[in-house]
Design a protein around this ligand. Structure first.
Ligand code: SER
Length: 894
């Protein structure tokens, strides 16, 4: 049975019993505790916690969620069941059926005949586990389902009590395992062997809330959830592995084709005849190609931190594995194309993103193949160094720091370094490497801890979100009558607020736009009689509740009071202009760069906007000019702006662009500027027609992390002000240089040419002057113990480089005698100094290095060099004369 069919059977089974189908959320959800969605229940978390009411008519839902878990990355290919990307199929009950419903639903689907829409698994091969004291679940399995007692096993917190690993919903769980037969391991059920008995389905009886603590087993239960819920997760790839009769999850219909391509590209063979090490590499290529592809699909680009780092690591593991298997050239394009082909039936959106996905993956490959080269060079140099410094015949060891540098700077996985070291007959100091890695991990962990504390407790707002969501009136009007339905001060609900308080006001109606979709919140006022509050920010909670953050500047407010809420018109006008301008720039950008330039984020506030997009190359001046031109032409054409409320499918059919990582509801709002020119899903406020935007001045473009770029622009009057300022500046410069503005570029380049020539001339003259002084300096030499000695402080401003020129010149002229030249000068607050000795002086035992050391003691400086030339620098020029005397004493006592 193909994986795609397994998915469909699952969904159908649960639709038949009243579950509403929820599409998979993006892998990237805005949860400070998660890098990626790692379980089917993640998007449903607010419903379990009771922060929001589940929007499903029967309180039942089913989904097949894309998941990424990279904690087990080292296990990939070694065990038979670890995928970094997998599809978790689940059914969810919010306060409806509980243990019995979950258990019988799961059992039916697994054991129902294939002809009847089930998976047709042999019930005799199914084993289950329950939590230690969960007699209720054990009895259901035994008495209602008929699983014999000996195939029901009990396990503790670590295995059978599920939580997200961080504070949140949790509960005891029951897991279903499939016995793959004695050729896969020993008898004794899942507690004895979890390879032979493969876990396929986890049923979580979600009824508690977990507090702080560590890991899976050591945490506090802080209370009960408002309702008893069900969260289940079936591993689609594991079921596919069983139903397709293959050995492991890397050989199913979705991944095996990648292994085949890898065989073709590397010349190596997969399977029984190959070494285990090579087989693991094949599986890594297959697994990581899919995960990498799905991450790029959801908008991740390779980088050095967070999600980007994980993607980078996956892609580099693919490249390295392919190389170790024998690939000589690039391989990424074929791998990505293959896995895109296998995944498209279940994820049709891949089709629209093929080109972009390829581009990101191939660019990363190019970059790594480059660092692979420079890293190899660094490695070779380190080997060379070891060979020349360790003459003894002991075993040579590459330092842990070098191995870490290769890992950290050049992206070399440690096993690649180990392999290369082995070939060169070296060991690697793994303790040193691990210590450096440990230090890095410690820093990463500290970062994560810091992030966790950003978690706000939203349960305070739960009642309002459920029962009194705010009605937003701000698309139609800027002033609305409203009732105060909630007041919050210092994180507590209160009944009244007074002058001077900083508060949160919750209204049943509000015309103020709450920050979202990149548009900053409206500023405005809330007033009632003499009372006045200035609103500084508006945030949306649970997408439904408007929380106005305000300062009470006069009077006060009571709960239940009628008020008037008004938007600062000027603010709204500016924000609206900037937001519509953002849509135009987005459209222009795609016209110029093509559909691979995908929006990654934006911000707009009155007068200013910025727009981030995934694109790996710097934009040229011409491209920037074209984007600015198209944008302003669209404004000039006075295009109509329409907003349409419709279903998500309709909107997509219209070609509306949606943002990655955004979870849209079923009803969406489409904003259209000039018909097909720009169509986007957007909840923001917009101008009535494009000319209202006024001028837009594109400021420039820059990089924001690897693979993403940012365009910034001013809009409306701010664009005008920007242009006036620039014009005034240009006029000022023209006046100063006495040319017309159009002649400025040429004039400036002439001037800079002349400046360069003049500087060169001055430099030449200065050198000539110094050289001219040479004979004078030579005359000042005194004889110290048979050595002609010159000690001299040159004029202020003579640099270390100049000292060297003079000293070298004089030494040349005196090369037939035993002579020492010691010079110093005050330059930029420092005292550079130099000592040069002729060959004959060196023969007499003079060491320039010793001389600068001695001089250094008097000018608070240090230095060193070779016997014939040494340099240093100090900070106390006042000691120079005494230093020179000390140098002479040194020569005297030689
Ligand atoms: N949340 C549970 C898991 O991830 C079941 O969906 O295993």
């Amino acid at each position: 049975m193909k994986t795609h069919e397994i998915r469909e059977r699952f969904t159908q089974h649960f639709v038949n019993s009243g579950h509403e189908v929820v599409p998979s959320a993006s892998l990237i959800l805005d949860d400070p505790n998660l890098l990626f969605v790692n379980a089917g229940m993640v998007p449903f978390k607010p419903y379990f916690l009771g922060q929001q009411t589940p929007p499903f008519s029967q309180g039942l839902a089913t989904s097949i969620q894309k998941c990424v878990r990279t904690l087990d990355i080292e296990e990939v290919g070694i065990t038979t069941r670890h995928n970094t990307f997998f599809q978790m199929a689940g059914n969810f009950s919010f306060g409806q059926y509980f243990k019995e419903g979950a258990i019988s639903n799961a059992w039916n689907l697994l054991t129902k005949d294939v002809e009847d829409g089930g998976f047709g698994l042999d019930p005799e091969r199914l084993w289950v586990t329950v939590y230690l004291d969960d007699d209720e679940a054990a009895e259901i399995w035994r008495d209602k389902i008929g699983v014999p007692e000996k195939r029901i096993q009990r396990l503790g917190m670590e295995d059978n009590y599920w939580s997200m690993g961080v504070p949140g919903p949790c509960g005891p769980c029951s897991e279903i395992y499939y016995d793959r037969g004695s050729e896969y391991g020993k008898d004794g059920g899942p507690i004895a062997d979890d390879n032979r008995y493969m876990e396929i389905w986890n049923l979580v009886f979600m009824q508690n809330e977990r507090g702080e603590g560590t890991g899976k087993g050591d945490f506090e239960i802080v209370g009960e959830l408002p309702k008893k819920n069900i969260d289940t997760g079936l591993g689609i790839e594991r079921v596919a592995c069983l139903l397709q009769g293959v050995d492991n999850v890397y050989e199913t219909d979705l991944l095996r084709p990648v292994i085949d391509v890898a065989e073709e590209l590397t010349g190596a063979t997969y399977g029984e005849k190959a070494t285990e090490q090579d087989n693991i590499r094949f599986r890594v290529v297959a697994d990581h190609s899919r995960t990498g592809m799905m991450l790029i699909l959801d908008g991740v680009t390779p980088g050095n931190e967070g999600r980007g780092y994980i993607l980078r690591r996956l892609l580099r593991r693919i490249i390295r594995s392919a190389k170790l298997l024998g690939a000589e050239g690039p391989t990424m394009e074929r791998f990505m194309n293959t896995v895109m082909d296998t995944m498209t039936p279940s994820y049709p959106e891949i089709a629209d993103n093929r080109e972009r996905i390829l581009r990101v993956a191939i660019n990363e490959e190019k970059a790594f193949l480059k660092t692979l080269e420079s890293g190899t060079k660094l490695f070779d140099e380190a080997v060379e160094d070891l060979r020349s410094t360790h003459r003894a015949k002991t075993q040579k060891v590459l330092s842990g720091d070098k191995a870490f540098e290769l890992h950290d700077t050049y992206g070399f996985p440690i096993d690649l370094t180990l392999e290369m070291a082995q070939e060169a007959g070296l060991d690697v100091d793994m303790d040193g490497f691990n210590a450096a890695m440990g230090e890095q991990r410690r820093r990463a962990k500290a970062d994560n801890q810091a992030k966790k504390h950003g978690h706000t407790d939203l349960s305070l707002y739960r009642d309002w979100v459920d029962n009194n969501p705010t009605v937003f009136t701000g698309y139609e009007e800027l002033v609305s009558g409203a009732n105060v339905i909630g007041l919050v001060k210092d994180g507590q609900k209160v009944n009244e607020v007074h002058e001077g308080d900083e508060v949160e006001v919750i209204l049943d109606h509000s015309p103020l736009y709450a920050e979202s979709g990149g548009q900053m919140a409206d500023r405005g006022r809330i007033s009632a009689g003499e009372s006045l509050l200035e609103v500084n920010d508006v945030q949306k909670i649970g997408k439904k509740l408007w929380v106005h953050k305000a300062s009470v500047t006069a009077g006060g407010l009571d709960l239940g009071m009628s008020v008037e809420a008004s938007v600062d018109e000027k603010w709204r006008h500016g924000a609206t202009q900037a937001h519509s301008a953002t849509h135009l720039i987005h459209a222009a950008l795609r016209q110029v760069l093509g559909p691979t330039a995908v929006q990654a984020g934006s911000l707009n506030r009155p007068g200013y906007l910025r727009f981030d997009f995934n694109y790996t190359e710097q934009l040229s001046q011409e491209q920037m000019e074209e984007i600015a031109l198209i944008t302003n032409q669209a404004i000039d054409s006075n295009m109509a702006v329409n907003t349409i409320e419709t279903s998500l499918e309709e909107a997509k059919a219209m070609g509306a662009m949606a943002l990655f990582g955004e979870n849209y509801g079923n009803q969406v709002r489409v904003v259209e500027i000039g018909g097909p020119f720009s169509i986007e899903l957007c909840g923001g406020t917009h101008v009535g027609s494009s000319a209202e935007i006024g001028p837009v001045s594109v400021l420039g473009e820059s990089s924001v992390g690897s693979g993403a770029r940012r365009i910034e622009a001013y809009s409306g009057m701010d664009a005008f002000r920007y242009y006036s300022k620039e014009t005034a500046l240009v006029e000022g410069v023209s006046r100063e240089l006495k040319v017309q503005s159009e002649e400025l570029p040429e004039r400036i380049s002439q001037l800079s040419e002349r400046l360069k020539a003049a500087e060169k001339e001055i430099e030449g003259l200065r050198k000539a002057q110094l050289t001219a002084r040479a004979s004078e300096i030579i005359d000042s030499a005194t004889e110290v113990n048979g050595i002609k000695t010159i000690t001299l402080q040159l004029p202020d401003g003579t640099s270390g480089g100049d000292l060297r020129t003079v000293a070298t010149d004089i030494r040349n002229r005196m090369k037939d005698t035993a002579a020492v030249i010691v010079l110093g000068a005050v330059d930029k607050g420092k005292f550079p100094f130099i000592a040069a000795a002729t060959g004959k002086a060196v023969d007499e035992g003079v060491k320039a290095g010793d001389i600068v050391k001695r001089l250094g003691e008097y000018v608070n400086g240090r230095g060193g060099g070779k016997p014939d030339m040494a340099q240093g620098s100090g900070t106390a020029p006042e000691g120079a004369q005494r230093g020179f005397e000390a140098v002479k004493d040194l020569l005297q006592s030689r």
